[in-house]
Each structure stands twice: as C-alpha cells, then as structure tokens.
Design a binder for this molecule. Structure first.
Ligand SMILES: Nc1nc2c(ncn2[C@@H]2O[C@H](COP(=O)(O)OP(=O)(O)OP(=O)(O)O)[C@@H](O)[C@H]2O)c(=O)[nH]1
Ligand SMILES: [Mg+2]
Length: 154
C-alpha cells in the first residue's frame, strides 16, 4: 500500500478526486518523491529528468489523485488549469526540504527562514526534511496533509 492509498483511506472519501501540484526546482527530487508515494509494485527504478511537466494519475480503491509535477519556473497552460484559484484558496502547502542526506544540506529550519515561510499567513504550511531515496520524511508530510484535509472537511 502506498502513502497515497493510506491518505485516501484516512480522508473519509467524500471527495472522489484530489488534485496535487508538485512544484520545485530542477533536480530537486519531485519525481522521486511522487514515485515513493506509490505502492511499491507501481514504483519505477528509472527516474529521468522531467521535460516540461508530467501528470501522474493514482487510483486508490475509492479516490483518484492527479499529480501535476512541474518546475518552479514552468508556466504552461496545463499548470495554469490546475493552479487556477490556488492563490485565493486556503489550500495546505507542504514543503519538502529534500536531499537532507547530502553532507552540505542545510536544516529544514534554515530552509524555512531562507524562503521566508513565516510570511505565509493565509494558508496552512508545513516543512519536512526528507530523503526521497530512502523515503525518509515523506510519511511525516503525508500525515500532516491528512490532518489538513480532515480539518478542511469539518
Ligand atoms: N541524495 C539524494 N538524491 C536524491 C534525493 N531525491 C532525489 N534524488 C536524486 O536527485 C536526482 C533528481 O531527482 P528527480 O526526482 O528526477 O528530481 P526532479 O525534481 O523530478 O527533477 P526534474 O524532473 O529534472 O525537475 C535523481 O538522481 C535522484 O535519484 C534525495 O533525497 N537524496
Ligand atoms: Mg522530475
């Protein structure tokens, strides 16, 4: 069972489709993170650089996730479609400070300071240190998303 399956189970399943936007710098580990969220039998061993953007669809027993993966600088029609109105909605934002296994990695607290995340006042946000190769930190992020989505339902 992948982390998305667990998330779907926890959500109460009122919604049938969930859109997730995965945005980050080139080579930051976006595809690796999304791959790790899939059930192990659906994961690929062969991660290649994403050209432009990619759309992944996950179907769990009763929920489908559409994940749009694109570079922070991408400005495509598709990303526009999915991101329309995001700015004005109180949608949760989960940050992964990925590649924390690298020797020169800085802490998630420092990343948060450098990105001035404390200035985000109109949306719930959370930052997790992660090592997407080992899958470390991803569960913490999914747990936080679960709490946020539960709160949005009530
Ligand atoms: N050391 C380390 N390497 C990682 C980690 N996550 C991803 N990588 C590696 O970083 C490289 C880029 O990972 P991708 O998942 O392709 O990154 P991306 O953000 O999707 O890259 P683009 O599609 O090119 O924007 C790959 O060689 C991954 O194996 C991590 O947590 N630690
Ligand atoms: Mg990619």
């Amino acid at each position: 069972m992948g982390l998305f399956d667990k998330l779907a189970g926890w959500l109460g399943l009122k919604k049938k489709e969930v859109h997730v936007l995965c945005l980050g710098l080139d080579n930051s580990g976006k595809t690796t993170i999304i791959n790790k969220l899939k059930p192990s039998n659906a994961q690929t061993q062969d991660i290649v650089p994403t050209i432009g953007f990619s759309i992944e669809k996950f179907k769990t027993s009763s929920l489908s996730f559409t994940v749009l993966i694109c570079q922070a600088k991408a400005d495509t029609e598709t990303s526009g479609n999915i991101t329309t109105n995001i700015k004005h909605r109180r949608l949760p934002i989960l940050f992964f400070a990925n590649k924390m296994d690298l020797r020169d990695a800085i802490s998630s607290v420092k990343v948060s300071q450098l990105l001035s995340l404390e200035n985000i006042k109109d949306k719930p946000w959370h930052i997790c240190a992660s090592d997407a190769l080992k899958g470390e930190g991803l569960q913490e992020g999914v747990d936080w998303l679960q709490d946020q989505m539960q709160a949005m339902k009530t």
